[in-house]
Design a protein. Structure first.
Length: 311
């Protein structure tokens, strides 16, 4: 393994820890607004949802942080590694810089989706255990989760039992919502990393011309501004896909999780029925703020680690 690869892994781990700790509480609020709005008196208010979830203990907002922490460590490593590898290949093939950056971001996002889908399923099961179990009379959007099973081991045991110990059904269950998640991750990473790479390269080039000296790394204030902007734009673009994915992963048929799950069409119809087009963007406010916080923290930690290690 090369030195650059080791530096990339170290940067990815650091970025994952910082971004997950900062972003998970807001993600918990977002998931409840998307999937179980009927459990709250004022579901459109993120502050009211947060107060009802906390019940005097802010640590409740960190419930389910284990899977996303592990997910982010793996996903960041895959995301940055694949992005730089594809960027090198596309640049050497003669592709222009703009197309190469966006293409690299798209491929990187599709790769990370294969990792994030099952981790997101476990995370959502733990997060939704904060609210009381509710059953839909029609059974089409049954959001009953693994009651009081908030640790990964307990969820795994119950999942294995509930799918009749059939591995094919286990895989089918934890990869529920994978298609919208592919779109979600592809769009997000294409806009986030692709646009970040383009803007940061332009800023570096301008600084080179002004200072007449080579500069390998951007100042942290530039990293914060660029990553916050691209992260917010990416999240706004992919938010409807995220809502569909969350609803599919939180759904559960009355016959059991191992059976036929909520389809993409059914999820879209259910979301639209609950409040029209605006339902696809419910909770986007705190989520966009979270995206700016997480993406800037991720990039600061990543870039700073590379600077310290000389990457």
């Amino acid at each position: 393994m090369t030195t650059n690869a080791l530096h990339n892994i170290a940067g990815s781990i650091t970025a994952a820890c910082f971004s997950t700790i900062l972003g998970h509480p807001l993600d918990t609020i977002k998931v409840h607004q998307q999937t179980s709005a009927h459990n709250f008196k004022n579901p459109s208010s993120s502050l009211h949802v947060a107060k009802e979830l906390c019940q005097g203990n802010v640590l409740r907002l960190f419930k389910g942080i284990g899977p996303p922490m592990a997910n982010q460590i793996i996903m960041n490593t895959v995301m940055f590694s694949v992005f730089h590898k594809v960027k090198d290949v596309t640049s050497q093939s003669g592709m222009d810089n703009r197309s190469a950056s966006l293409c690299s971001g798209l491929v990187s996002g599709l790769a990370t989706a294969c990792v994030s889908t099952p981790f997101d399923w476990f995370k959502i099961q733990a997060q939704l255990s904060l609210t009381q179990n509710q059953e839909s009379s029609s059974g089409s959007l049954h959001t009953k989760t693994y009651a009081r099973r908030t640790d990964v081991l307990s969820i795994c045991k119950y999942l294995w039992h509930d799918t009749n110990q059939q591995m094919s059904k286990v895989i089918q269950t934890i990869y529920r919502g994978h298609i919208p998640n592919l779109a979600r991750e592809g769009v997000f990473t294409m806009v986030y990393l692709g646009t970040y790479d383009l803007i940061s390269s332009a800023v570096k080039e301008k600084r080179y011309q002004q200072s007449n000296q080579q500069q390998q790394h951007l100042p942290m204030q530039d990293v914060i501004m660029i990553s916050s902007f691209t992260g917010a734009c990416a999240w706004i673009c992919n938010y409807p896909f995220d809502t569909i994915k969350s609803v599919m992963q939180s759904s559960k048929k009355k016959q059991g999780v191992g059976n036929s799950s909520l389809s993409i069409d059914a999820a879209i119809r259910s979301i639209y029925k609950s409040g029209g087009l605006t339902s696809f963007f419910r909770g986007m406010g705190p989520s966009t703020f979270r995206a700016m916080l997480v993406t800037s923290a991720r990039m600061i930690a990543y870039e700073k680690t590379l600077q310290i290690l000389g990457g």
